[in-house]
Design a binder for this molecule. Structure first.
Ligand SMILES: Cc1ncc(COP(=O)(O)O)c(C=O)c1O
Length: 346
């Protein structure tokens, strides 16, 4: 399907797709995303509010540069997505890691440690990397804080498409009546990472600033790729792809859980999570996750050390295990090798 959609454009490329385009993005794609987010994520937006970025990372960079002045304080969830730390520090922000508990980011700790923050970065649907879903009361508390402090919330909804046992909570953006939330999404997870297409949904009064900012940094995201994704969504392939991959990843997740149970039951304590494309497992106290990660790499298994995601000291070591890209036999084989890596590290 992808080949066919791409070939359609390259056989006779419309001249406007070869010229400079709208810095905010290709309008049919922005329309498709706005309508998808409205129905699937409860986002409240018009197509014009959707700004297409070269991946979520570039969108985060753009938001950090436009919303913060050097020296401004930003909250970031701890543990965190390292890419956002880079975007915020790159914009000159002073970053305060704020711990995550079973309800999400601990706003009271943030208010105590960095009361003058101008921005909070959060992953409410599926905290990256722990997988916690932010509770409704925490969401309302965070929105109230942003309103009182006149601060921004950056909501990164990077893998909300994948939820296996229940319907996802609607986006934080959909609860925001005061235009404080910048919503971020990506096609990296749901399609493939090298496509480098993501998007922001910004409040109406920030649309021009974000489009102009984009024009000064990347010009705009590549037009033909945007047009192909727009068709992929409009012709129903995206919805089918989502249904198919949701079922596939759900099975793979189950295989991973069973393989951990079989090979690593007393060595890896899986953090409960019903969503996404990875799981986090906690190692026994005192076991160095970087050493386990290195031992795993030597056995051909990528198991990222959880401690690399922490700004403050982690409670204990753990591993981030991605399962979406691997079939059952690969997952089982990898867990056998991971068990040997853990053994060798103890
Ligand atoms: C939480 C989170 N946000 C954003 C991204 C980046 O997405 P993109 O590849 O679109 O830049 C990732 C990628 O791993 C991620 O884990």
């Amino acid at each position: 399907v992808w080949t066919r959609l791409t070939a359609r454009y390259w056989r006779g490329p419309p001249p406007e797709l070869l010229a400079y385009g709208d810095p905010g993005g290709y309008l049919p794609l922005r329309e498709s995303i706005a309508s998808y987010l409205t129905t699937a994520r409860g986002v409240r937006c018009e197509a014009e509010q959707v700004i297409i970025a070269a991946g979520a990372q570039q969108g985060l960079d753009l938001a950090a540069r436009l919303l913060l002045d050097p020296g401004d304080v930003a909250w970031i969830e701890d543990p965190m997505h390292p890419g956002v730390l880079g975007a915020l520090t790159g914009a000159g922000a002073t970053v305060t890691p704020v711990p995550v508990d079973e309800e999400g980011i601990d706003i009271r700790v943030g208010m105590r440690n960095a009361p003058r923050a101008r921005l909070a970065y959060v992953t409410p649907s599926h905290q990256y990397p722990l997988g916690v879903t932010m509770s409704l009361s925490r969401r309302l508390e965070l929105l109230q804080w942003a309103r009182d402090a006149q601060a921004w919330i950056v909501e990164d909804d990077y893998d909300s498409e994948y939820r296996y046992s229940s319907r996802p909570l609607a986006s934080l953006q959909g609860l925001d009546a005061h235009g404080r939330v910048i919503y971020v999404g990506t096609f990296a997870k749901v399609l493939f990472p090298s496509i480098r297409l993501g998007y922001l949904v910004v409040p109406p009064d920030l649309v021009d600033a974000f489009a102009t900012g984009n024009s000064l940094i990347i010009g705009h995201a590549p037009s033909i790729e945007q047009a192909v994704v727009a068709d992929f969504i409009a012709e129903g392939h995206f919805a089918r792809h989502l249904r198919r991959t949701r079922a596939l990843y759900s099975t793979r997740r189950q295989v991973l859980l069973e393989a951990i149970q079989e090979r690593l039951a007393d060595r890896l304590n899986v953090q409960p999570s019903e969503a996404g494309m990875h799981l986090v497992g906690w190692l026994p106290p005192g076991v160095d996750d970087r050493l386990v990660s290195q031992q795993a790499a030597e056995r051909g298994v990528v198991a990222r050390a959880l401690s690399l995601h922490y700004g403050e000291a982690p409670p204990r070591g753990g591993l981030v295990l991605g399962y979406a890209a691997f079939g059952p036999a690969e997952i089982r084989g990898a867990m056998a090798r991971l068990a040997s890596a853990v053994e060798a590290s103890m």
